[in-house]
Design a protein around this ligand. Sequence first.
Ligand code: MG
Length: 99
Amino acid sequence: MKDLIKDVLAFRDERNWKQYHDEKDLAISIVLEASELLENFQWKSSEEAKEKDMQNIKEEMADVLIYLIQLADKLGIDLKKEALAKMVKNREKYPVKSK
Ligand SMILES: [Mg+2]
C-alpha cells in the first residue's frame, strides 16, 4: 500500500497537478471513475462483462483507487488505517451468525 501511495503521489507531483486537486473535484472524480467501472456491466450479465471487458474493469477499478489515494492525501487521511477501523465497525454491526 505504501509503495502504491508513493507512486501515485509522485506521478501527481512530477506534473505539478496537486494545485488542481481540490477535494470536491477529487470526490467527483472517484464517482466518475466508479461510473466508468459500472459502464462495463451495463446491458449485460456479470459473466458477459467479465468475459468481454475484464481489462477495462481492472483499469477503472485502478482509477477509483488512484483518485481515492489522492483524496486521502489531500485530507491527511491514512486510508489503510481507516479501512481497517471500518472493518472493525462492520464486524460489530454484522456479527457472524452461528449456524
Ligand atoms: Mg477511467
